[in-house]
Design a protein around this ligand. Structure first.
Ligand SMILES: [Cu+2]
Length: 160
């Protein structure tokens, strides 16, 4: 009787310790998650379709409207025309190459790789602490040009 009571107490003790460990463990997990969220990169993607030789943000019914992009976001251009297009920065870097360039978008490769407008690119494009107007063109068709309004991440209402 005495032994069984002891082992019963022991079981309770083990259970309590186990529960406590679990609780502490999951708390630590939550904290890690919160820290991760705080430093998490903005992984959202802005999709710009190219149709009838015009650049139009997905969901926008007005072709060639300037598209707002926040620093940290990436842009994917998707060519829906039968002819080839590019989306190429009008501004060149120190190396003489465009600051961003989708390369040729065509039937073989209709959508660009995501181009991330990070802090570095923002500065190269002339950003200091406000919005910066980013002109880009199609290198194949002279009359194809459009505009991105690149804004600091702090101006992103969804990130506050
Ligand atoms: Cu074009």
């Amino acid at each position: 009787m005495h032994t069984s009571r002891l082992s019963w107490l022991g079981s309770i003790l083990v259970l309590v310790v186990a529960t406590f460990t679990l609780a502490v463990g999951s708390d630590a997990g939550d904290k890690d998650k919160k820290d991760e969220n705080k430093t998490k990169k903005d992984n959202s993607i802005v999709l710009i379709n190219i149709k009838n030789m015009k650049y139009t943000k997905e969901g926008d019914d007005k072709p060639n409207n300037p598209v707002t992009v926040f620093v940290g976001q990436s842009v994917v251009w998707k060519n829906q025309d039968n002819m080839s297009h590019t989306a190429t920065s009008s501004k060149n870097g120190a190396d003489g190459k465009p600051l961003f360039d989708t390369g040729m978008l065509n039937k073989k490769k209709p959508a660009s790789d995501p181009i991330r407008f990070d802090e570095k690119l923002y500065k190269l494009l002339g950003g200091t602490d406000g919005e910066v107007k980013v002109d880009y063109i199609c290198t194949i068709h002279d009359d194809m040009k459009s505009l991105i309004i690149l804004k600091p991440a702090t101006m992103n209402p969804e990130k506050k």
